[in-house]
Design a protein. Structure first.
Length: 644
């Protein structure tokens, strides 16, 4: 069994939101539900009762009937949840304005140190006035409003104002170039596009106005509204502070569209994934209230941009009544202590970041608990890539010995998580604590048969509310079916390579990388994360990418490393790398070739593009370079004589 790192307090069952929900589930179901595995089984077997109880326990508002909870269909994507219910997303997130008008709802901090704080009453008033201004410009239910914006209060207000009217919100961050923005927004043709005049990043002001003509030309039917530094010249500022009466919330069907999200787009134009009002709200409620134990008095932060689904997930935390904290800028500028300064200053209880950031902090030599008061921190979230075993150790050694480390995994596809944390379960080194309630998550072999031991494909075997409503302009749903259901008929295949770990009364889970990037030397399947867990513990290595190269009728493992300043990829370091991988993983994992590169290509949302590197090494074209933040980095992998 892997090492136990954290256990919940003895009184957690009585004091957590999940504990109270669990007691209510026992009472309503008449079942003992003795452990988490039993609770999870009930939430899947009687999913209607589970999701209905969640609606009531979180105090959501809407009208119509909660029955039936689901109209099942032959195929999961045709199932309809709560078909007789009508609700509004903004209304449910802003309902705390009537209960706690003077409490702080939102804090926005940028890299330059500017801080903007809004109470619940202020957030509701400003959002409603922006909704009125949008309505005056002809925006109504079903229309698209988009934002090319930094992660500030304006983005949250604009998104909520859009949903107030029953319209559809979509966003990209300013690190997306104009081509990447047009690849996305050009497909959904927004009625209005909010754009920033510029952003502060890495200690410098980046002027975005030279790029606006390209957006205007590429979106001829879209009105552009520029958010200027000079508030007197900014219509959005005027909208927020007008004396316009607030419009009525436009309640809609449970499956009405709320957000359009995007796939990475590395193999062509990004897929436009449409998520519904009710499914997003209910799934985020489950994850924030039950799995995250996020209370109204808590302060919730996740480092993200408006181009990553974690931004939508963060905004969804408002429904709990907690204070949401935003940060815009480089999280490591001027150094890796910046976010811990924010944690201390804002007294954050739930702090989220990427696995790569935690790793970078360790390599910087910073020991956060020695420099900062982190006593408010209860939950530390990590996602974006699998969290290294060594990073688990670092968190408990250098950040907090008492924090619940909540490694989570899901995706844009479901705007949420398949596996995540749990305030009533232990944390084991290298594992996500559990699979999510209401989701029949399993690990299966190539025939779709469930595995209780060993690695396989991560799947979900039941319909669930936060499945996409559909893809944009995919009328027959053929692209939707192909994306998730072509591998196993009627079963959602997520594309992750994973393994379950049975414990007493529950199952932990490890993500070993993306299925399409799995290495296959000698017919043995190896997840790329299994190699990263070993390589990136060495202080000489900043980061790495590993691929399988077709070679002599088989596949050989090729490892590319980015070195720390001053380090050299000499014979000694190569031998150390191979020894670490052999001892920590297996001889099959040991790379045949190790090469240094100055940088690794990433998508605009920061994910390493293993498949693009593999294509370049094999001399194949890369589909859509505009989806990459640094497409020129691919040249470091092309025509390497060591690989011929």
């Amino acid at each position: 069994m892997t090492e136990l790192l954290w256990t919940p307090a003895a009184e957690a069952a009585a004091n957590t939101l999940l504990g109270r929900f669990w007691d209510e589930a026992r009472r309503r179901s008449g079942l003992p539900l003795a452990d988490y595995r039993a609770l999870h089984h009930w939430s899947v077997a009687d999913s209607g009762a589970f999701w209905t109880q969640l609606w009531h326990s979180t105090g959501m508002v809407g009208d119509g009937a909660l029955t039936p909870a689901c109209e099942p269909a032959a195929h999961p994507i045709d199932s309809r949840w709560f078909p007789n219910l009508r609700l509004n997303y903004a209304e449910n997130l802003l309902r705390h304005a009537s209960e706690r008008p003077d409490a702080v709802a939102l804090v926005a901090v940028d890299e330059a140190g500017h801080r903007n704080s809004l109470t619940w009453a202020e957030l509701q008033q400003r959002t409603g006035r922006v909704a009125a201004a949008l309505a005056a410009r002809g925006v109504s239910a079903g229309d698209r409003v988009a934002g090319w914006l930094p992660n500030g209060a304006e983005a949250v207000i604009a998104a909520l104002a859009t949903s107030w009217l029953g319209a559809v919100w979509s966003s990209c961050s300013p690190d997306f170039g104009p081509e990447a923005v047009l690849d996305r927004f050009g497909q959904i043709e927004p009625k209005l596009l909010l754009v920033a005049e510029g952003v502060q990043y890495n200690g410098k002001w980046l002027d975005l106005t030279p790029r606006l003509d390209k957006l205007a030309t590429g979106l001829p039917g879209t009105e552009l509204v520029v958010l200027r530094q000079d508030t007197a010249a900014c219509p959005f500022h005027a909208w927020q502070h007008s004396e316009t009466a607030l419009p009525s919330y436009q309640r809609q069907q449970f499956d009405a569209p709320l957000y359009v999200m995007y796939s990475s787009g590395t193999t062509g134009k990004p897929k436009c994934i449409v998520h519904g009002v009710g499914g997003t709200l209910l799934q985020h409620a489950k994850e924030h209230w039950l799995h995250g134990d996020l209370h109204a008095e808590d302060r919730f932060f996740y480092y993200t941009t408006c181009g990553w689904m974690m931004w939508n997930w963060l905004v969804g935390g408002l429904q709990t009544g907690a204070t949401v904290v935003l940060y815009d800028g480089n999280p490591a500028w001027p150094d890796s202590s910046r976010l811990f300064e924010l944690l201390e200053a804002e007294r954050i209880t739930h702090f989220g970041t990427s696995a790569k950031f935690i790793q970078a902090v360790e390599k910087s030599g910073l020991v956060p608990q020695e420099r900062f008061d982190l006593s408010t921190l209860r939950v530390l979230y990590s996602t974006g890539s699998p969290l290294l075993d060594a990073s688990f150790d670092f968190v408990y050694r250098a950040i907090s010995p008492t924090v619940q480390l909540s490694s989570i995994s899901g995706g844009t596809d479901i705007i949420s998580c398949f596996a995540l944390g749990n305030p009533l379960l232990p944390v084991y080194r290298g594992e996500l604590q559990c699979v999510g309630l209401g989701l029949d998550v399993a690990v299966v072999d190539e025939h779709g048969q469930a595995l209780t031991d060993g690695k396989g494909e991560l799947v979900c075997r039941n319909a669930f509310p936060s499945m996409p409503v559909g893809f944009w302009n995919d009328q027959d749903r053929s692209a939707y079916r192909k994306a998730y259901f072509s591998r196993f008929d009627g079963i959602w295949a997520h594309g992750d390579y994973a393994a379950l770990h049975p414990h007493a009364g529950h199952d932990g889970i490890t993500i070993h990388g993306r299925s399409d990037a799995v290495l296959n030397p000698g017919g043995v399947r190896i997840g790329t994360a299994e190699i990263y867990r070993q390589v990136e513990t060495l202080p000489e290595i900043r980061e790495s990418v590993v691929i399988g190269q077709e070679w002599d009728g088989d596949v050989r493992v090729v490892l590319f490393v980015v070195l720390q300043p001053g380090a050299q990829l000499d014979d000694a370091l190569q031998q150390q790398l191979r020894q670490r991988i052999r001892q920590g993983a297996s001889p099959r994992h040991v790379p045949a070739v190790i090469l240094a590169v100055p940088e690794i290509p990433r998508t605009v949302s920061g994910k390493i593009v293993e498949l693009a590197v593999r294509d370049v090494v094999h001399g194949r074209p890369v589909g859509n370079r505009s989806a990459l933040a640094n497409p020129d980095a691919l040249e470091h992998f092309a025509n390497r004589p060591e690989l011929t």
